[in-house]
Design a protein around this ligand. Structure first.
Ligand code: FAD
Ligand code: NAI
Length: 491
């Protein structure tokens, strides 16, 4: 009977999964054809950004209550957790993106989407300036948009600490174009090293891949690079393979400070087995075209020649946010980002809400936090709308009984709970089909690492992907890689 039960559960699960996939496919291909147009009697929310925070907010906001406008320089959502896999072709970047219009066209009411960058926020006049910064520009490339509420989810940009040469010679890993640039440059280094007559020390330099920053981005990139080297490059470039070197540089005494000690040790020993050279307590002081200047634990400076440099030393605030903070010097004095209260209201400004990596809160700048904040904020807006509605109804209530009823409803609507974050755990890929996981369990944490954790890592990411289409594409990419390996063409 146990087997019968397992069989039944499997059957139900399979039918459910197929049904869900078809429903999702139907949804994807059937946008709302005639959405209800914007209504001037409703308040307008302008959302900045199409990342984790803004997209999660957009998915949940009720467009029957508000007019909604989205402004973002990229017209898609990007599933960042799998971005490192695209730098070596384990996954195609198109499998990780979803057009933002896919969400807006499934809303019953019209949502305007502008592919543009917000360059200025005038919090007194409640107007933003937007600029079309894309390659193709029309006669008009600048405009302004008024808002009743502004939701700021513009994320952060890569941190360089002002170190000379990073912007010019390093590659960041934050956006799709960063990953594409890394992939192209990596293959270019390898092909250039294979050029006839290349001197041995030049080959050594070109094949030295340096990663700066031992946070999860740097670790996952180094891990992916290792796999590419071990599984593909070794077959296609047998004459070079022994010469390709990966170095990871971290300023602190160990990598992955957010993970437990046991998992840090496991990662460091796995990197050793993978011949990834780890330089901890080492700071990069300057980046030149062909070498970096590093300062190790002894304080000595040394030049390290490199072919490819991937810079992953965390986040810093975007200029738009810095400008907005400068408009409110008394309340906005945390350099890390916009100060918000527990209801995600920007300190010192009216009707501006901020979430995700653009803010400075007690939470780490992660997708998990950003997505939960987006969902939460949509609920706040539903309550704000209900508050206004009950205030009007209370004013117009005819009888004492009706007044009491409306007052109770108003009180309930006004009782907006502060944001509460629920941590689902941290995962990180470390190479050779191994991952590490720190997952909360009861009052403590469960720390796990290895091949089984990698299976968990894969299933967690697959289930969190944006749509059935993304899931299907990523599974197909993994399958393609298993049978045919990764593509080594330089694009
Ligand atoms: P973003 O997702 O960065 O989105 C910002 C949006 O704002 C973008 O659409 C951008 O185009 C837009 N924008 C920028 N400037 C403007 C402007 N001036 N006007 C209008 N729009 C603008 N977190 C996890 O929890 N788990 C992970 O496994 C994980 N893996 C990661 C892997 C990598 C390689 C990276 C880089 C990050 C990873 N993170 C992970 C962190 C996570 O991606 C971020 O915390 C998350 O993206 C923050 O969401 P956000 O919406 O605040 O910002
Ligand atoms: P990070 O801030 O987590 O790590 C940056 C690392 O660079 C730090 O360890 C820092 O000590 C080091 N560093 C700084 N300056 C340096 C220098 N000059 N020389 C050498 N090392 C230097 O940044 P990261 O990895 O980009 O992550 C950003 C956010 O995204 C984090 O909150 C992280 O948790 C999240 N993220 C999560 C992932 C996951 O859960 N798998 C994957 C990637 C990012």
């Amino acid at each position: 009977s146990k087997w019968k039960a397992i069989k039944n559960v499997t059957k139900i699960g399979t039918v459910g999964f197929i049904g869900f996939t078809f429903y999702n496919m139907y949804e994807h291909s059937h946008p709302v054809m005639n959405p209800i147009p914007a209504d001037s009697s409703k308040k307008t929310i302008v959302i900045l950004g199409s990342g984790w925070a803004s997209t999660s907010f957009l998915k949940s906001i009720d467009t029957e209550l508000y007019n909604v406008v989205v402004v973002s320089p990229r017209n898609y959502f990007l599933f960042t957790p799998l971005l490192p896999s695209t730098t070596v072709g384990t996954i195609d970047h198109r499998s990780l993106v979803e057009p933002i219009r896919f969400i807006t066209r499934h809303k019953p009411n019209e949502v305007k989407v502008y592919e543009a960058e917000c360059t200025e926020i005038d919090s007194d006049k409640k107007i933003i300036t937007i600029v079309d910064n894309s390659e193709v520009k029309g006669d008009r490339a600048t405009s302004t948009i008024p808002y009743d509420y502004l939701v700021v989810g513009v994320g952060a940009q890569s941190q360089t600490f002002g170190i000379k040469g990073v912007e010019e010679y390093g590659c960041f890993l934050k956006e799709v174009w960063d990953a594409q640039k890394i992939r192209t440059k990596l293959m270019d280094c390898i092909e250039t090293a294979a050029f006839p007559g290349q001197a041995p020390e030049e080959i050594e330099r070109l094949l030295h891949m340096v990663v700066v920053g031992g946070g999860p981005t740097g670790i996952e990139y180094a891990a992916e690079l290792h796999d590419f080297l071990a599984e593909d490059l070794s077959a296609w470039y047998p004459e070079l393979v022994g010469k390709i070197k990966i170095t990871l540089i971290e300023a602190m005494p160990n990598v992955l400070p957010a993970f437990s000690k046991q998992l840090i040790d496991y990662t460091e020993s796995t990197f050793k087995e993978q011949h990834i050279s780890l330089h901890t307590k080492t700071m990069v002081k300057e980046v030149k075209e062909k070498e970096i200047i590093v300062q190790g634990p002894s304080g000595e400076k040394e030049a390290m020649p490199y072919g490819l440099l991937v810079w992953a030393t965390g986040n810093t605030t975007r200029p738009l946010i810095r400008n907005l903070m400068a408009q409110h010097p008394e309340t906005q004095n945390i350099r890390r980002g916009l100060a918000v209260d527990d209801w995600l209201r920007m300190a010192g400004a009216n009707d501006i809400y901020a979430l995700g990596d653009a803010t400075a809160t007690k939470y780490a700048p992660t997708a998990q936090v950003a997505a939960q904040q987006g969902k939460y904020l949509a609920r706040v807006f539903a309550q704000l709308h209900a508050t206004e509605q009950y205030e009007n109804e209370l004013e117009n209530a005819a009888t004492a009984e009706e007044k009491a009823k409306k007052a109770r409803k108003l009180q309930k609507a006004q009782d907006i709970k502060p944001f509460h974050y629920s941590h689902q755990g941290s995962l990180c890929y470390i190479g050779s089909d191994k991952a590490i996981a720190d997952v909360p369990f009861g009052p403590g944490n469960v720390a796990a690492g290895g091949v089984a954790t990698y299976a968990f890592w894969r299933s967690a990411y697959i289930s969190n992907l944006f749509s059935a289409r993304n899931r299907w594409l990523v599974i197909t990419d993994w399958t393609k890689k298993t049978f045919w390996g990764r593509d080594i063409s330089r694009e």
